[in-house]
Design a protein around this ligand. Structure first.
Ligand code: HEC
Length: 143
Protein backbone atom coordinates (compact mmCIF):
# COMPACT_ATOMS: atom_id res chain seq x y z
CA UNK A 1 0.00 0.00 0.00
CA UNK A 2 3.00 2.24 0.21
CA UNK A 3 2.95 2.63 -3.52
CA UNK A 4 -0.62 3.81 -3.49
CA UNK A 5 0.10 6.30 -0.76
CA UNK A 6 3.03 7.62 -2.72
CA UNK A 7 0.92 7.89 -5.81
CA UNK A 8 -1.73 9.73 -3.88
CA UNK A 9 0.86 12.16 -2.57
CA UNK A 10 2.22 12.74 -6.01
CA UNK A 11 -1.27 13.35 -7.30
CA UNK A 12 -1.98 15.74 -4.47
CA UNK A 13 1.27 17.50 -5.23
CA UNK A 14 0.39 17.88 -8.85
CA UNK A 15 -3.12 18.89 -8.05
CA UNK A 16 -1.90 21.63 -5.74
CA UNK A 17 0.50 22.99 -8.29
CA UNK A 18 -1.70 22.26 -11.25
CA UNK A 19 -4.60 24.30 -9.99
CA UNK A 20 -2.17 27.11 -10.41
CA UNK A 21 -1.85 30.58 -9.13
CA UNK A 22 -4.49 33.07 -10.10
CA UNK A 23 -2.22 35.19 -12.26
CA UNK A 24 -1.87 32.32 -14.70
CA UNK A 25 -5.10 33.49 -16.20
CA UNK A 26 -4.03 36.01 -18.81
CA UNK A 27 -6.08 39.14 -18.77
CA UNK A 28 -8.33 39.25 -21.82
CA UNK A 29 -7.44 42.35 -23.77
CA UNK A 30 -10.14 43.81 -25.91
CA UNK A 31 -8.51 45.40 -28.88
CA UNK A 32 -10.52 47.72 -31.02
CA UNK A 33 -10.23 46.86 -34.67
CA UNK A 34 -8.93 49.98 -36.40
CA UNK A 35 -10.44 48.79 -39.66
CA UNK A 36 -13.96 49.34 -38.44
CA UNK A 37 -15.25 52.64 -39.67
CA UNK A 38 -12.29 53.13 -41.94
CA UNK A 39 -12.94 54.25 -45.45
CA UNK A 40 -14.09 51.37 -47.58
CA UNK A 41 -11.45 50.28 -50.03
CA UNK A 42 -12.04 51.62 -53.50
CA UNK A 43 -13.35 49.44 -56.23
CA UNK A 44 -12.02 45.97 -55.83
CA UNK A 45 -11.56 45.05 -59.39
CA UNK A 46 -13.02 41.71 -60.16
CA UNK A 47 -12.65 39.58 -63.17
CA UNK A 48 -15.68 37.91 -64.56
CA UNK A 49 -17.13 40.85 -66.38
CA UNK A 50 -15.38 42.38 -69.29
CA UNK A 51 -12.99 40.76 -71.67
CA UNK A 52 -11.20 38.53 -69.19
CA UNK A 53 -7.84 39.74 -70.39
CA UNK A 54 -7.56 42.20 -67.53
CA UNK A 55 -6.02 41.22 -64.26
CA UNK A 56 -7.58 42.54 -61.07
CA UNK A 57 -6.26 46.05 -60.64
CA UNK A 58 -6.56 46.20 -56.86
CA UNK A 59 -2.87 46.21 -56.02
CA UNK A 60 -1.54 47.40 -59.35
CA UNK A 61 0.58 50.53 -58.97
CA UNK A 62 -0.60 52.03 -62.23
CA UNK A 63 -4.36 52.01 -62.08
CA UNK A 64 -6.02 50.29 -64.98
CA UNK A 65 -8.97 52.46 -65.94
CA UNK A 66 -10.45 49.83 -68.19
CA UNK A 67 -10.51 47.22 -65.42
CA UNK A 68 -11.87 49.74 -62.95
CA UNK A 69 -14.71 50.58 -65.31
CA UNK A 70 -15.41 46.90 -65.88
CA UNK A 71 -15.59 46.39 -62.13
CA UNK A 72 -17.91 49.33 -61.54
CA UNK A 73 -21.43 50.03 -62.77
CA UNK A 74 -20.40 52.40 -65.59
CA UNK A 75 -21.37 50.00 -68.36
CA UNK A 76 -24.96 50.02 -67.16
CA UNK A 77 -25.25 53.56 -68.53
CA UNK A 78 -22.32 53.96 -70.93
CA UNK A 79 -21.08 52.09 -73.94
CA UNK A 80 -18.07 52.94 -76.06
CA UNK A 81 -19.94 53.93 -79.21
CA UNK A 82 -23.63 54.20 -78.41
CA UNK A 83 -25.54 56.62 -76.26
CA UNK A 84 -27.31 54.71 -73.51
CA UNK A 85 -28.48 56.49 -70.39
CA UNK A 86 -25.26 58.45 -70.52
CA UNK A 87 -23.18 59.62 -73.47
CA UNK A 88 -21.01 57.18 -75.44
CA UNK A 89 -17.43 57.20 -74.20
CA UNK A 90 -16.27 57.98 -77.74
CA UNK A 91 -18.31 61.20 -77.60
CA UNK A 92 -16.89 62.05 -74.20
CA UNK A 93 -13.39 61.45 -75.58
CA UNK A 94 -14.06 63.84 -78.47
CA UNK A 95 -15.36 66.57 -76.22
CA UNK A 96 -12.62 66.59 -73.61
CA UNK A 97 -8.86 66.88 -73.35
CA UNK A 98 -6.20 65.84 -70.81
CA UNK A 99 -6.72 69.02 -68.80
CA UNK A 100 -10.34 68.06 -68.13
CA UNK A 101 -9.40 64.83 -66.33
CA UNK A 102 -9.64 66.20 -62.75
CA UNK A 103 -13.03 67.84 -63.41
CA UNK A 104 -14.44 64.71 -65.04
CA UNK A 105 -13.14 62.54 -62.20
CA UNK A 106 -14.92 64.81 -59.73
CA UNK A 107 -18.09 64.58 -61.81
CA UNK A 108 -17.97 60.77 -61.70
CA UNK A 109 -17.57 60.83 -57.92
CA UNK A 110 -20.17 63.55 -57.29
CA UNK A 111 -22.58 62.72 -60.10
CA UNK A 112 -24.50 65.42 -61.91
CA UNK A 113 -26.39 66.42 -65.03
CA UNK A 114 -26.74 69.22 -67.55
CA UNK A 115 -23.79 68.65 -69.86
CA UNK A 116 -25.33 65.97 -72.07
CA UNK A 117 -28.95 66.38 -71.07
CA UNK A 118 -31.27 66.41 -68.09
CA UNK A 119 -30.56 62.82 -66.99
CA UNK A 120 -28.15 62.83 -64.05
CA UNK A 121 -25.20 60.50 -63.62
CA UNK A 122 -25.39 58.70 -60.31
CA UNK A 123 -22.67 59.67 -57.82
CA UNK A 124 -19.87 57.19 -57.13
CA UNK A 125 -18.88 58.31 -53.66
CA UNK A 126 -16.85 55.18 -52.93
CA UNK A 127 -14.43 55.85 -55.77
CA UNK A 128 -11.12 57.48 -54.97
CA UNK A 129 -10.02 60.45 -57.05
CA UNK A 130 -7.12 58.33 -58.25
CA UNK A 131 -9.41 55.57 -59.51
CA UNK A 132 -11.84 58.02 -61.11
CA UNK A 133 -8.98 59.76 -62.91
CA UNK A 134 -7.68 56.42 -64.17
CA UNK A 135 -11.16 55.73 -65.55
CA UNK A 136 -11.30 59.10 -67.30
CA UNK A 137 -7.84 58.59 -68.77
CA UNK A 138 -9.02 55.34 -70.26
CA UNK A 139 -12.29 56.87 -71.52
CA UNK A 140 -10.33 59.58 -73.33
CA UNK A 141 -8.49 56.91 -75.31
CA UNK A 142 -11.76 55.54 -76.72
CA UNK A 143 -12.27 57.00 -80.15
C1 HEC B 1 -27.04 55.79 -63.72
C2 HEC B 1 -26.39 55.86 -65.02
C3 HEC B 1 -24.90 56.15 -65.02
C4 HEC B 1 -23.88 55.44 -64.45
C5 HEC B 1 -23.99 54.20 -63.59
C6 HEC B 1 -22.66 56.10 -64.83
N1 HEC B 1 -22.91 57.18 -65.59
FE1 HEC B 1 -21.54 58.43 -66.39
N2 HEC B 1 -23.05 59.60 -67.07
C7 HEC B 1 -24.40 59.34 -66.98
C8 HEC B 1 -25.15 60.45 -67.53
C9 HEC B 1 -26.69 60.54 -67.63
C10 HEC B 1 -24.20 61.41 -67.95
C11 HEC B 1 -24.45 62.77 -68.54
C12 HEC B 1 -24.43 63.80 -67.39
C13 HEC B 1 -24.62 65.21 -67.89
O1 HEC B 1 -25.32 65.41 -68.86
O2 HEC B 1 -24.06 66.12 -67.22
C14 HEC B 1 -22.88 60.84 -67.67
C15 HEC B 1 -21.68 61.46 -67.95
C16 HEC B 1 -20.44 60.90 -67.79
C17 HEC B 1 -19.20 61.52 -68.18
C18 HEC B 1 -19.07 62.89 -68.83
C19 HEC B 1 -19.28 63.96 -67.78
C20 HEC B 1 -19.40 65.36 -68.33
O3 HEC B 1 -19.53 66.28 -67.50
O4 HEC B 1 -19.35 65.53 -69.56
C21 HEC B 1 -18.20 60.67 -67.83
C22 HEC B 1 -16.71 60.88 -68.02
C23 HEC B 1 -18.82 59.53 -67.22
N3 HEC B 1 -20.17 59.69 -67.21
C24 HEC B 1 -18.15 58.43 -66.74
C25 HEC B 1 -18.73 57.43 -65.97
C26 HEC B 1 -17.99 56.41 -65.26
C27 HEC B 1 -16.48 56.24 -65.31
C28 HEC B 1 -18.90 55.65 -64.61
C29 HEC B 1 -18.65 54.46 -63.68
C30 HEC B 1 -17.88 54.76 -62.49
C31 HEC B 1 -20.22 56.19 -64.91
N4 HEC B 1 -20.06 57.26 -65.73
C32 HEC B 1 -21.40 55.65 -64.44
C33 HEC B 1 -24.97 58.21 -66.46
C34 HEC B 1 -24.27 57.26 -65.73
Amino acid sequence: MKKLAAAAMVLTFFYACGSGPQEAKAPISVSVNPQIGAKAPSVAATTGSGDGAQKPAAAAPAKDGKALIAASDCRACHSDKDKLVGPAYAEVAQKYKEKDIPALAKKIIDGGSGVWGPIPMAPHAALSTEDAEAMVKYILTIK
